[in-house]
Design a protein around this ligand. Structure first.
Ligand SMILES: Cc1cc2nc3c(=O)[nH]c(=O)nc-3n(C[C@H](O)[C@H](O)[C@H](O)COP(=O)(O)OP(=O)(O)OC[C@H]3O[C@@H](n4cnc5c(N)ncnc54)[C@H](O)[C@@H]3O)c2cc1C
Length: 592
């Protein structure tokens, strides 16, 4: 969580906090039978003696989930305040995204749709597994989702008729043929969100500076929701405070959430929410302790994410402090990604968090991926292949633990490329550069090579030696194994058949033109999943499964999905769950 510039003592003084709810906190610990971290501490601040601002529904975070919640709360008659940590050019995951969402065919049978959705939420497709899939959550959640998802197309077009509806036609089949009702559900996905003149976009402009009619992907979605849906159409009911990080949830002694504490213009502001608070502040991609606690494998150094740098788990931390339970937290939609030692969370001592970028190098021609010993372990094309369902699960391969060596030999993995590949374009996707989070440099990759981010060797022997010398390789690289592996790979390319992993020959090309390059890859992806436990009404739940009064949540902070992820699910849930949270929050009877 972003550290406040204000000391803890000063903070409590400024909020006018009174110690009011410790007893409730303690009783919660008693109820759950376990001392959940911070439950009592969450009540330490209590209810402030004076409120600085009053609204009916207070929303934390202006991504897709927060925007959808605000629109729906306003349409249900509520006065809404959104508090956003970033400034007006808010670079969040919604904005950086591909803007892809799900739009099932209208003639699919509803019961089958529910079955399929339920399996995607369970993730493992194991109905008897009693893990985060309690019937009161997942059955009802799938029903709610099946209803909400069918309304999205019209809802978005209503927000802005200038969107390109022709691009919303359901296409393709669902991702997971092994899930129940796969065929009958007709659960296709849309290509994405875009405006009618998207093809005329001036690509030299930053994505967020392009005129409305040429916007596409997440930029189009964000514009539609925030600029059109909120500012133009509901500006009288919804107020947005930028540069206003929320620091704490206020829960009264009677157990109800009554507001939040926000830092606005360097001042502490106690915001009263007479109906409800909705948490939509995204995931924990850049929260070091949460990564350490939740992620599989080497959660801190061995993971990278390619979205916003401002998803620091704030909402999850605040919710835990007032007694919220967690669900599905160790999950993320992930594959393997290039990771770079730069960005605002990286530190010169090497203890910070790297930035991830989507990786074209892993599955393009003239490249292969090996573990720390120099051995391939999978068909690399899976990592980016949108025609197969497995790409967002690929990380499971990379976190594999070697019981005998007591190590994780595939973290990092190494993309091995040659000069032909270097000259064919950037080794990596450059979304992070488009959004000014990092500078990768020239498209011929030379800047990154000269910075030492990419290892170069005139021969494979030299490359292997340099990889061995890299501390993250832990001296595992075996030159003979790497050379033999590359030779085998090149033979498969010549023969048109990958004997080891069956990679499609059309995606392969030999790695034979020196110099050679090695790029580190880590488990990672767009976003984390899981966080606050919540039911189908999007009410936040405590550790006993009981709703916390007047607290709702939606989006990445409380994702309904696990690691089995059909592309587009995140944006879909932002809209479906955000709308549900907004509607229910607005319908609450005011407490004051
Ligand atoms: C490059 C990329 C491509 C993607 N493509 C797709 C796709 O095509 N389809 C899909 O379904 N998913 C996609 N995803 C994932 C998807 O974008 C996210 O899961 C989704 O947008 C999350 O929305 P959200 O509203 O929950 O969070 P966000 O959009 O990240 O918004 C959270 C907001 O909360 C703010 N915030 C954080 N802390 C505080 C605080 N303390 N106080 C106030 N505000 C706070 C943040 O600044 C941020 O603006 C992609 C992600 C990335 C990074």
């Amino acid at each position: 969580m972003e550290k406040s510039k204000i000391s803890r003592r000063e903070f409590l003084k400024k909020t006018g906090a009174v110690v009011g709810g410790a007893a409730v906190g303690t009783s919660l610990i008693g109820l759950t039978g376990c001392a959940t971290t911070g439950v009592a501490a969450g009540f330490e601040g209590g209810v402030p003696s004076k409120w600085d601002f009053s609204t009916e529904v207070a929303i934390v975070g202006l991504g897709g989930a927060g925007a959808a919640a605000a629109i729906e709360a306003a349409d249900n008659g509520a006065k809404v305040l959104i508090m956003e940590k970033q400034g007006p050019i808010t670079i969040n995951n919604t904005r950086m995204s591909g803007g892809v969402w799900h739009n099932p065919h209208k003639d699919g049978a509803r019961s089958h749709l529910v079955n399929y959705i339920k399996a995607t939420m369970s993730g493992e497709n194991i109905p008897w597994k009693f893990e985060g899939e309690q019937p009161h959550v997942s059955d009802d959640m799938a029903e709610m989702f099946a209803t909400g998802i069918m309304k999205l197309e019209d809802w978005l077009m209503d927000m802005d008729p200038d969107l390109d509806r022709s691009n919303m036609t359901p296409r393709a089949e669902a991702s997971f043929p092994m899930f129940p009702s796969f065929k009958e559900a007709k659960y296709g996905e849309t290509i994405g969100t875009r405006y009618k003149d998207y093809a005329k976009a001036d690509l030299k402009l930053a994505p967020y500076d392009r005129p409305k009619q040429t916007k596409a992907s997440g930029e189009a979605l964000y514009h539609c929701l925030v600029e059109e849906g909120i500012k133009k159409k509901r500006g009288d009911k919804v107020q947005i405070w930028y540069s206003s990080p929320v620091k704490r949830i206020i829960r009264a002694a009677n157990g109800e959430v009554q507001g939040v504490v926000c830092e606005k213009d360097g001042k502490i502001v106690n915001v009263r929410a007479t109906k409800a608070v909705i948490l939509c502040s995204g995931g924990f991609e850049y929260n070091l302790p949460m990564r350490r606690a939740f992620q599989e494998g080497a959660g801190v150094k061995g993971w990278v994410f390619y979205g916003t740098l401002d998803n620091t788990g704030d909402g999850i931390e605040m919710a835990m402090l007032i007694g919220c339970g967690l669900a599905k937290v160790a999950k993320s939609a992930s594959r393997i990604e290039a990771g770079w030692p730069t960005g605002k969370w990286w530190t010169p001592d090497g203890k910070g968090l790297k930035i991830g970028t989507m990786s074209s190098s892993t599955s393009s021609r003239n490249s292969l991926v090996v573990d720390n010993y120099g051995v391939r372990y999978a068909d690399e094309f899976i990592i980016t292949d949108s025609r197969r369902p497995y790409r967002y699960q690929f990380y499971k391969e990379a976190v594999k633990y070697d019981m005998l060596a007591m190590d994780i030999p595939r973290t990092p993995s190494w993309a091995i490329c040659d000069e032909t590949r270097r000259l064919s374009g950037p080794f990596t996707g450059l979304v992070q550069q488009d959004y000014r989070n990092m500078v990768y440099g020239s498209d011929d990759n030379m800047d990154a090579i000269n910075k030492g981010w990419i290892i170069k060797g005139d021969t494979l022997d030299e490359l292997a030696e340099k990889i061995r010398a890299d501390p993250e390789n832990r001296k595992m690289m075996d030159t003979a194994k790497l050379k033999a592996q590359v030779a085998r790979f090149n033979q498969y390319c010549a023969a048109g058949k990958d004997e080891e992993f069956g990679r499609s020959p059309t995606t392969m090309g030999p790695v034979d033109k020196p110099p050679f390059y090695a790029i580190k890859h880590y488990p990672g992806g767009p976003n984390t999943k899981g966080g606050i436990d919540a039911d189908y009404q999007r009410r936040a739940l405590d550790w006993t499964g009981k709703p916390i009064a007047r607290l709702y949540t939606a989006g990445e902070i409380s994702s309904v999905f696990k690691f089995v992820y059909q592309a587009g699910g995140n944006i879909t849930e932002c809209m479906v769950c955000g709308r549900k949270a907004g509607e229910n929050a607005a319908k609450e009877k005011p407490w004051a």
